[in-house]
Design a protein around this ligand. Sequence first.
Ligand SMILES: O=c1[nH]cnc2c1ncn2[C@H]1C[C@H](O)[C@@H](CO)O1
Ligand SMILES: [Zn+2]
Length: 370
Amino acid sequence: MHLSDNSAAESAAAPGPVADWIRRAPKAVLHDHLDGGLRPSTIIELARDCGYGELPTEDPEALALWFRDAADSGSLERYLETFVHTCAVMQTREALFRVAAECAEDLAADGVVYAEVRYAPEQHQERGLGLDEVVDAVNEGFREGERRAGGRITVRALLTGMRHTRRSLEIAELTVAHRDRGVAGFDIAGGEIGNPPADHLPAFQYLKRHNCHFTIHAGEAVGAESVHEAVQVCGAERIGHGVRITDDIQVQDDGTAVLGHLAAYVRDNRIALEVCPTSNLQTGAAKHYATHPIDLLHRLGFRVTLNTDNRLVSGTTMSREFQHMADAFGYGPEVFERFTVAAVESAFLPLPERRRIIGEVIRPGYAALG
Ligand SMILES: O=c1[nH]cnc2c1ncn2[C@H]1C[C@H](O)[C@@H](CO)O1
Ligand SMILES: [Zn+2]
């Protein structure tokens, strides 16, 4: 199957109403960018505080729309250009603390009980912060947000190295230095084309030597070969997006699917795919919700997880992603329970904590939906 076989691209749908049971369902998100999920009103206030004068508008609703529309470009590179405005206002300890606390609060208000939130520390040094100061400020913000949410959410940070800079080994070292203190693992993000993950092998080898978890953005703008490189050359435990794995799946006329060796490896080794449907529609990695490969991958037994990627930039929430998938494929609570359990099983958390969240929060939460 090739995703570009679909006809005209569908733009990411404007948010519609979300069913009550979806709001109440416990959710887990493994792929959510801190700098892609700020409250519009917070961006405007922080911009005033720090004298950043480049925002496209100072009206919160118009700003939210601007992000979604600007990111709705069909290209990952253009999608990523919008982050210049969010990163610009995240350059002080106070700003990072506030954004992280609000992130945890907003996720909890949406029913998220476990979140791994990622960001690139190197992008928050424009006003002189050291990397450790950035990580400490974000971690303190997450702890504050957990407190404000009354302990209904657990948040861990993933530290992201950017593909186009050459600081990934430094960020990998930062990850190991801060693990067990709020940081759960490492990621590589940024424009995929021309920046293969193997360029960052020293970082991945360092993480492996230190038994540290990592995921890699792959199979989003580049095809299945990038998933192969991320998994087999770099050793990723999970894949950010990964939807282009469908390049290695042949769907026959009778509807049966034949998996190539890479697709079979990913499925059979339970390598989680951090799928972000709305973001995929915006960057051109998929054309329509109704033909998004998540359903094929789910039906073939891949370890699928459902994620937001960037709540502000993609104009979404976990509840909205659930609703889009319910509308597109008729999914009910049993499918979302499966995605949610899969996410926590693949979380970069110690096994007893994963079991506690699944057994004490997710299973009872879905049972209570009736
Ligand atoms: O979907 C994505 N693919 C690649 N890079 C991304 C994506 N979403 C966000 N990013 C980048 C932009 C952010 O500034 C950076 C760190 O969160 O990660
Ligand atoms: Zn991402």
